[in-house]
Design a protein around this ligand. Structure first.
Ligand code: SAH
Length: 470
């Protein structure tokens, strides 16, 4: 981290802005908004600044910068068009440990000014570490559209209740649950709908209620998608950021786990072939126990929880125990890998159907209805480890598919480590041996694989490197 992010309280503090152009004007305006007392040093002023001076909002020294100007200041901004002067200001301020920013030359100063989304009292500050102010501004524009304008009002309303909630609930956890209940529930919705008085009344009742609102544990079975964090659903992201505990397994890519609430407990439950860290029954019981402790649990699964994810078994147990749950679909590996490998799963000329299969038996063998799979004009996607490849190749050929049928192996699909290897049914076992593929790998069999040559578009930066060691 190159910069330490902070929000400064400058109310009533003396600050210095040097420069009379539009950039200096913007900085001066920000400082004034934050309640600072601003002295502006510049021989001439832009009309906008002139008006503020006339209105008595800031103090103007109509002259060139002098070293003494920095004395006693809480913060200094150098925004002149003279490089030497900017440097001099920065040096003087730094020597006195006064925070200084040099506009457009972040390396000279000691701090940079972020792009700000303002929903008073909420502020979201965006910085690119000085690398690209334009990018920061673009990001800001996006965030603006995400954050409802009523968030400021919501924050102001709850601010007035903080002390009472503090008294009412003994533990931080109870308080957090209370607030989440308020901020995500009907009370916030009232406010978003413009019924501020009703919202306040409802909050009043919630705080004063004879009974504590009861907080039950819940389990969210969430599909993490195939690896690229951008492929998460909005709901998955929201729940990840709310959950107290994240229970995840090997298929969940590390960057996705990073999106969880920072202080959420993370429990790895493994699931490597032949090396089960916890049995399925153990996982089911863990989910039940955590929920009974009142925790909100995200059970994070690679791809889609209901496609070869044993999600069904996990919620059956929750159902029996009467624990509330939600299932959030994710992009399954077949969908993610085929898109990122430029291999449409169906195509008018090549395949009118597509089957997803998995064939791992407990004893390591593969047992499938080969006759049904070996059909022309059908794409078959195998979700399984590579140990089954020799059987797969032999059986599909034995059941009538030509040995030249193209096959794609997609390793760590959609991630920056993605690798795509094109082979044929006949040479598959040998190609797999040669190519040292790493799990997880998806196998796509069918004529559609021929389209890869033409449609391949994704250029991972780190093809072949490991998914992330744990
Ligand atoms: N529920 C998951 C599938 C779990 S089965 C889903 O919907 O995607 C595990 C198998 O999925 C792996 O053996 C591998 O064949 C495949 N797989 C999962 N993620 C993958 C990825 N990012 N790249 C390639 N294959 C993947």
């Amino acid at each position: 981290m190159k910069f330490f992010p902070v929000f400064l309280d400058l109310r009533g503090r003396d600050c210095l802005v040097v420069g009379g152009g539009p950039v200096a004007a913007r900085k001066a305006a920000m400082l004034l908004e934050a309640g600072a007392r601003v002295t502006l040093v510049a021989p001439a002023l832009s009309p906008a600044l002139e008006r503020r001076v006339v209105a008595g909002e800031l103090h103007h020294e109509a002259r060139a910068f002098a070293a003494a100007d920095v004395e006693g200041k809480a913060l200094v901004i150098a925004g002149t068009d003279d490089d030497a002067v900017n440097r001099q200001i920065a040096e003087l301020a730094r020597a006195r440990n006064i925070p200084v920013n040099v506009v457009d030359q972040p390396e000279l100063g000691s701090f940079i000014v972020p792009s700000v989304i303002n929903r008073e009292p909420i502020q979201v500050a965006v910085s690119t570490g000085g690398a690209s102010p334009v990018l920061a501004r673009l990001l800001r524009a996006r965030l603006e559209t995400y954050i409802p304008s009523a968030y400021g009002r919501l924050a102001r309303m709850v601010d007035g209740f903080r002390a009472r909630v503090q008294e009412r609930f003994a533990t931080t956890e109870e308080r957090r649950h209370f607030w989440e209940h308020v901020l995500e529930g009907p009370i916030a919705e009232l406010l978003f709908a413009g019924r501020d008085a009703d919202a306040e009344k409802a909050l009043e009742q919630a705080v004063a209620g004879a009974e504590l609102p009861r907080f039950h544990g819940e389990v969210y079975l969430v599909g993490a998608g195939p690896g690229d964090p951008d492929l998460l659903t909005f709901r998955a992201l929201r729940l990840l950021q709310q959950a107290d505990v994240i229970v995840y397994d090997r298929l969940v890519a590390p960057p996705i786990l990073d999106l969880a609430r920072r202080d959420a407990e993370r429990i790895y439950v493994g699931k490597e072939r032949d090396k089960h860290t916890l049995t399925q029954e153990g996982i089911n019981q863990l989910l039940v126990r955590l929920a009974k402790e009142g925790k909100r649990v995200v059970r994070l699964k690679g791809g889609d929880p209901f496609i070869f994810g044993r999600g069904g078994e996990e919620i059956e147990e929750l159902m029996e125990e009467g624990i509330p749950f939600q299932v959030v679909p994710g992009i399954t590996a077949a969908s993610g890998c085929s898109s990122y490998a430029g291999i449409p799963l169906t195509h008018r000329d090549y395949a009118q159907s597509c089957v997803f299969v998995t064939g791992n038996l407990k004893d390591g063998s593969v047992n499938l209805n080969w006759k049904a799979l070996a059909h022309p004009h059908q794409t078959v996607v195998f979700y399984m480890g590579l140990h089954g490849v020799p059987i797969l190749s032999k059986e599909l050929i034995a059941h009538g598919l030509p040995a030249e049928t193209p096959v794609a192996l997609v390793q760590q699909g959609t991630t920056q480590h993605q690798r795509v290897i094109i082979s044929t049914l006949g040479s598959l076992p040998e190609d797999v041996q040669k190519s040292e593929l790493k799990p997880p790998t998806l196998i796509i069999v069918g004529e559609v694989v021929r389209l890869h040559d033409k449609l391949d578009w994704f250029r991972p930066t780190d093809s072949g490197a490991a998914w992330g060691e744990r």
